[in-house]
Design a protein around this ligand. Structure first.
Ligand SMILES: O=C(O)CCC(=O)C(=O)O
Ligand SMILES: [Fe+2]
Length: 278
């Protein structure tokens, strides 16, 4: 095995997942871990440590092996589920390539980021759907419903959706910002004779509940209510940033036959009296 100095460089946040040195009670043992071993990045991290100029052969073999064994793991998990009579929670979702239905975000702003597998599409003002090309070095910044209300509709929240094109799993992530502890009011500067107020004052978090838990909110594509008049005269801009809360989300889109159908699993658990968060 490689020199200790090199192995020690394989650090991870999780104990035992990186390099574990010999310990007096087990002097025969030492281990070198690869986190995220079914991904190219995970494997490359360790390859680069040991061979700074790369070692394609090693990376390829490790990746092939870990993917094959991970498949075996999924088959075993499926067998376990079947033996407990919960196999209905596994299975493909066939036929529909739609990953996320067209919607605007209920955030103030969203910064999504997709990696390798594309799928995000954004609707232009002209009504055309354009596909976003994933890039490791650029970000898309999208206004959410709340930014639209704050700017009296000047900055529009764009419709977007996710369409899956192939069989590959798609991972994406996003930062969503929300305003807590301050009602959203239209910027006074953006109200005049030509631009009468289009949104009433509202609380962002109540708006999220409205979106999630009311039938109107759930069915609406963009549930911001356009009608009422601003009541107060105060300009809330200055403190908006102080009230900004950031939420981070990871997404997985997968159609693997060994994938757990979490919707069915939650229903199954709810029937058994387990409280779930949906
Ligand atoms: O997965 C993506 O790229 C976007 C997801 C999305 O639009 C959302 O969660 O609001
Ligand atoms: Fe979205």
């Amino acid at each position: 095995m490689y020199a200790l100095e090199v192995k020690l460089l394989n650090t991870t946040d999780t104990p035992y997942h990186g390099y574990t040195e010999q310990i007096p009670s087990m002097p025969l043992f030492e281990s070198l871990g690869i986190e995220n071993a079914t991904t190219t990045e995970g494997v490359e991290k360790i390859t680069k440590l040991m061979w700074p100029s790369g070692n394609e052969n090693f990376s390829k073999s490790v990746l092939m092996f870990s993917k094959a064994v991970a498949e075996l793991y999924q088959i075993v998990m499926w067998m376990v589920a079947k033996s407990y009579g919960i196999e209905e929670i596994w299975g493909t979702i066939k036929g529909n390539p739609l990953g996320v239905v067209p919607h605007t975000d209920i955030s103030f702003m969203t910064i999504p980021h997709e990696k390798q597998v594309k799928g995000l599409q954004i609707k232009t003002k002209e009504g055309q759907w354009i596909e976003v090309d994933p890039s490791p070095s650029s970000f898309i910044v999208m206004a959410g419903d709340v930014c639209m209300a704050w700017t009296n509709g000047r900055i529009e929240a764009p419709y977007h959706m996710v369409m899956m094109q192939g069989k590959e799993e798609r991972y994406s992530l996003g930062i969503f910002t929300f305003i807590r502890g301050l009602n959203i009011q239209i910027l006074q500067k953006l109200i005049d004779e030509d631009h009468p107020p289009r949104f009433k004052e509202f609380d962002h978090y109540k708006y999220i509940h409205y979106h999630r838990y009311t039938n109107v909110g759930k069915k609406s594509e963009c549930p911001i209510i356009i009608e009422a008049v601003i009541v107060q005269n105060k300009d809330a801009t200055t403190c908006l940033l102080d009230h900004m809360h950031v939420s981070f989300k990871f997404f997985l889109y997968s159609n693997s036959i060994y994938r757990i159908n979490t919707y069915k699993l939650c229903k199954h658990l709810q029937n058994k009296g387990v409280t779930t968060t949906t």
